[in-house]
Design a protein around this ligand. Structure first.
Ligand SMILES: Cc1cc2nc3c(=O)[nH]c(=O)nc-3n(C[C@H](O)[C@H](O)[C@H](O)COP(=O)(O)OP(=O)(O)OC[C@H]3O[C@@H](n4cnc5c(N)ncnc54)[C@H](O)[C@@H]3O)c2cc1C
Length: 525
């Protein structure tokens, strides 16, 4: 055996110091940003400070901002979330905590500067024995059928689990790969909202961990203030861990129809007529889904939201859009099991779409609800999904929608010709909506779902958004933003309007140290 020579003392010392430096380097975020006592908690092994992990949690689908947290918690159970919030609440220097669903916000709403991001998806683990979606249809009344759902669950998984019982939620988002907790913190809107209200209007009960670290069950009957605060509450009052979602019998098929218009007045008149038959009013059951979108040069009729038209129809529509500058595509759906022709014909009778430009197809209920997924997968395969998304979502009062069309659609968007992505426009009823909306019975949801072609050229789309907002301000169009991220307190106060005082009082009650969802920027700059 060869003789081993001991390393010179200076090298041993050097190695020791470099090891120490690397450990201190790793610990630095703890010691400098979070109280070191956090390490003594049970959950410490599930708190990660690795720069690769904190970097992933520093941005979102929008790819417009970057806010680095001190750590990311991968909770094993609700106890971890309770312990973390309680710790921050009791600490002399509380730190921010943000629940992160899928991080599909676009302006850093699920981030926590120097705080802790809680990766909610990790609750979907073996520890919970796959019991995070439980369907109950034991009641004789359909109005009492529900699913108890963990808020880290994706809506697509809720759909599959409930369909096994022949049931499904009533209200949806267009895209299903969003978490239940994430959309319930905003509103969750789509073409069903005119009829059933947004997703936040279809919840019976929730479990919430408040900013004091207390786990509370709330409903319209019990702890109702917390219940109404949390739904659409931008994550400001508590982390939702379970929601009881209203269900209805699921249909098997959907007749999906698109009607094209060149006249915006006729288009909106028909949309408003169609949403007037909601929930059996005037003895007619009405449609199950009503939306609409613009068709123009850089916003083609087929896009990632859905490739509805055949190639031949698509070329025909594009050449007509070029001729008119803009076309408007009214999109409706009627659910059914056996027969739909007569009922649908009666509903669409007398509408003023361009003769012959009506297109229909029959699809399964699942394929209809999950219609955006194939477009997403295609963009992903082309490397065009993970690009900046400077989205702008607005609610515009019905009385000013024609002015909005002239100034924003026919004016700014056409002149700039910078559009790239779907542009949605569809009406909703105030009486179904509890989120922040304009002061009118009917208002339009406008979604400018734009994306940049590369990673850096999004500024010009953002300038266009600013131009649209300035136009509304100058023209006195009292819009409300959906999913906003304001920079100043004055803007938030203006956003909430008369609801601001209640919002603030509830914050003092449920999260007095302003720990939760700091990325929204409502109570933290
Ligand atoms: C492709 C795409 C399509 C979309 N389509 C629609 C649509 O049709 N309709 C619609 O309304 N919206 C739509 N959205 C927007 C979507 O509703 C929001 O992005 C929403 O935030 C859901 O995303 P998320 O689950 O990733 O939540 P995140 O972005 O992770 O979180 C959003 C906010 O909620 C908070 N939060 C997350 N989970 C919880 C929880 N359990 N408890 C309390 N607070 C929580 C976060 O801290 C953050 O402030 C779409 C977004 C994308 C990217």
């Amino acid at each position: 055996m060869g003789k081993t020579t001991p390393l010179p003392l200076s090298i041993v010392l050097l190695l020791f110091i470099s090891c120490l430096m690397s450990i201190i380097g790793k610990l630095r975020p703890w010691t400098s940003l979070l109280p070191p006592e956090l390490l003594s908690l049970d959950l410490a092994t599930r708190l990660h400070i690795d720069p690769e992990i904190t970097s992933l949690a520093s941005t979102d689908f929008g790819k417009l901002v970057r806010v680095i947290p001190a750590a990311v918690l991968y909770p094993l159970s609700l106890d971890d979330i309770v312990a973390l919030i309680r710790f921050s609440f009791r600490s002399s220097v509380p730190f921010g905590i943000a629940a992160r669903g899928r991080g599909h916000s676009v302006r850093g709403q699920a981030t926590a500067h120097k705080g802790v991001v809680v990766d909610m998806r990790s609750l979907d683990n073996d520890h919970n024995n796959g019991s995070r979606i439980i369907v109950d249809r034991s009641s004789p009344s359909v109005n009492n059928w529900y699913a108890d759902v963990g808020c880290e669950q994706l809506w697509v998984d809720v759909l599959h689990a409930t369909l096994e019982h022949g049931l499904a939620p009533r209200s949806w988002t267009d895209y299903l790969y969003l978490t239940v907790g994430g959309t319930l913190s905003n509103a969750g809107i789509s073409g069903q909202s005119f009829r059933h209200g947004p997703q936040i209007s279809n919840v019976y009960e929730m479990d919430v961990v408040t900013g004091r670290g207390e786990l509370v069950t709330c409903s319209p009957q019990t702890n109702s203030e917390l219940f109404y605060a949390v739904l659409g509450g931008l994550g400001q009052f508590g982390i939702i861990t379970r929601a009881r979602i209203a269900l209805e019998p699921a249909p098997t098929k959907v007749r999906w129809v698109r009607l094209l218009y060149h006249d915006f007045i006729a288009f909106t008149r028909d949309q408003e007529h169609l949403i007037s038959f909601n929930n059996g009013s005037e003895g007619i059951k009405g449609l199950d889904y009503v939306e609409g979108s613009l068709v123009m040069n850089q916003s083609p009729a087929n896009n990632w939201r859905s490739s509805f038209f055949s190639p031949d129809d698509h070329s025909r529509i594009i050449s007509l859009a070029n001729e008119h500058g803009i076309l408007y595509s009214l999109e409706v759906a009627k659910y059914y099991d056996d027969e739909v022709d007569g009922e649908l014909e009666a509903l669409l009778k007398g509408l003023s779409f361009i003769p012959d430009l009506i297109f229909a197809k029959d699809v399964s209920y699942i394929d209809f609800l999950n219609r955006v997924r194939s477009g997403e997968l295609e963009l992903q395969s082309q490397g065009l999904w993970d690009v900046p998304h400077p989205w702008l979502n607005l609610f515009v009062p019905k009385s000013r929608i024609l002015d909005f069309d002239s100034g924003a659609f026919k004016g700014i968007l056409r002149q700039n010709n910078k559009i790239s992505g779907p542009i949605l426009v569809y009406p909703m009823n105030r009486n179904k909506m509890s989120a922040v909306i304009p002061e009118e019975d009917i208002f339009y949801s406008i979604g400018l779902l734009l994306q940049s072609s590369g990673t850096h050229d999004w500024e010009h789309l953002e300038e266009q958004n600013t131009e649209i907002l300035r136009f509304c301000e100058k023209a006195g169009i009292k819009i409300k933003q959906y999913l906003p991220r304001y920079q100043t307190k004055a803007e938030w106060v203006n956003h909430f309007g008369p609801k601001w005082d209640t919002f603030k009082q509830r914050k003092t009650k449920f999260d007095p140290k302003a720990i939760l969802s700091p990325g929204q920027g409502v109570f933290t700059s």
